[in-house]
Structure formats: C-alpha cells, structure tokens
Design a protein around this ligand. Structure first.
Ligand SMILES: Nc1ncnc2c1ncn2[C@@H]1O[C@H](COP(=O)(O)OP(=O)(O)OP(=O)(O)O)[C@@H](O)[C@H]1O
Ligand SMILES: [Mg+2]
Length: 204
C-alpha cells in the first residue's frame, strides 16, 4: 500500500482539496481501493467525506502508523493522508509513514517562502517529495517564478489552475471532475494523478 501525505505549513495551500481530488481520481483510474485519513483537527477532509454520497474512497479515523498495517491487510492499495498547516509533531508522524510527500504551493512569494520548512521536514525524514503548484492564475510571470524558486528543492508535478469548480465541488462532497465531467478540471486532475502514480511506483 502506498501512502501519500499532503503537507504544507502554509494554511490554504490546497492540501485538503488536492488530497480528495487525487483519492477520487486514483479510485476512478483503477488504482484503488483508496483509504483516507484526516489528521487535521479542523477536519476539512472529514467534512467533505461526511457530505459525500459515494461509497468510495473510505475515510478511517486514527493515527496513520496504527491504522496502516490493518488497511494494508484489508487490501487497500493507496492511503491519502491530510495534515494540518504546521511542521509540528503530528505532521512529522504522518510524514514518517509516507511513500511520497506532496507539497501544494500557490505561486505567491509568501507561499514559496513558507514551503521551505515543509521541504526541510521531508528531507530530514528522508522522504521523497513533489511540489504541486496550485491555484495558478493566467499570470505567466508568477508561475515561472514559482518554478524557478521550487525547482532546486524538488521535482514539480503538473499544476492545477485556479478554478471555481475545485472549491464548489468540495462543499457537496464531490470533486471538480465529478461536478463537471466536460470542463477543464478532469484532464488536469488526471495528469496530476498520473504523475503521482508514477512517482509512487518509483518509491516502492
Ligand atoms: N485549484 C484551486 N482552484 C480554486 N480554489 C482552490 C483550488 N485549490 C484550493 N482551492 C480553495 O482554496 C481554499 C484552501 O484550500 P484547502 O482547504 O484545500 O487548503 P489546505 O492547505 O487544506 O488549507 P488548511 O491548511 O487550512 O487545511 C479552499 O477554499 C479551496 O476550495
Ligand atoms: Mg486542509
């Protein structure tokens, strides 16, 4: 079972949004069954799951290290873990279990600076990481600056644009591709999952 851990000290970077989008896409792409664990006291992922009417992915309550062996036994192939915006002990515990740490970063100078401490944690625990540049607006300069700032510190996945569908879908326990299968989000999410899947294979 692969364990994908979302982490960023910066609040609002997109951890919860990307966690559930990847979990649903992985399940759709046949990489499931997918389990979820929400380690954030704010419980954003749990609220999404409570609002959801689909049977999958399945959310479990408990600590990653305690639950992972049991989920593995039950046949789960991917576990997606959401974490609070911190570099505290609770996040370190999740990162310790990770096959891959995914760090969402918005293309703003503040976000780029804040990413450093999360990178430090993943590196300190010798965990492979990837950045997801999230909420990209059609402003090429900021995006290029983000690539330049992040590239020396780790690999960068396909990006997600700033789209109302990502936020709107979350309120109803859905994802953007489920909300509008003909919009631009499905291709974006699918490209991101394909990339993450290939990275997970490499870390196996
Ligand atoms: N690509 C996107 N396009 C549009 N809105 C987005 C996108 N990604 C995230 N958002 C919105 O940005 C806000 C923050 O996203 P999210 O809650 O996923 O971040 P987070 O890192 O989990 O935050 P926290 O650290 O507070 O838990 C939410 O309102 C979400 O709907
Ligand atoms: Mg969150």
């Amino acid at each position: 079972m692969y364990i994908l851990v979302m982490a960023s000290r910066k609040g609002g970077a997109g951890k919860t949004t990307i966690a559930v989008h990847l979990a649903v896409e992985a399940q759709r792409a046949g990489a499931g069954p997918v389990a979820l664990i929400d380690t954030d006291p704010m419980q954003g992922m749990t609220q999404w799951w409570d609002a959801r009417n689909e049977a999958v992915p399945v959310l479990f309550k408990g600590a990653v290290a305690d639950l992972a062996p049991e989920l593995r036994k039950q046949g789960y192939r991917l576990l997606v873990v959401d974490t609070p915006p911190s570099i505290g002990e609770e996040v370190a515990l999740a990162v310790k279990s990770a096959s891959l740490v995914l760090i969402p970063v918005q293309p703003s100078p503040n976000d780029l600076r804040a990413a450093g401490s999360t990178v430090g944690m993943a590196n300190g625990l010798k965990k492979p990481l990837a950045f997801v540049i999230n909420r990209v607006k059609p402003r090429v300069r900021l995006t290029v600056q983000a690539y330049e700032a992040l590239a020396p510190h780790g690999v960068i996945s396909p990006l997600l644009y700033d789209r109302t569908d990502y936020a709107a879908a979350m309120n109803d326990g859905l994802t953007a591709p489920e909300l509008d299968s003909r919009g631009p989000a499905p291709a974006e999410v699918s490209a991101l999952w394909s990339y993450v899947a290939s990275r997970l294979e490499l870390t196996a």
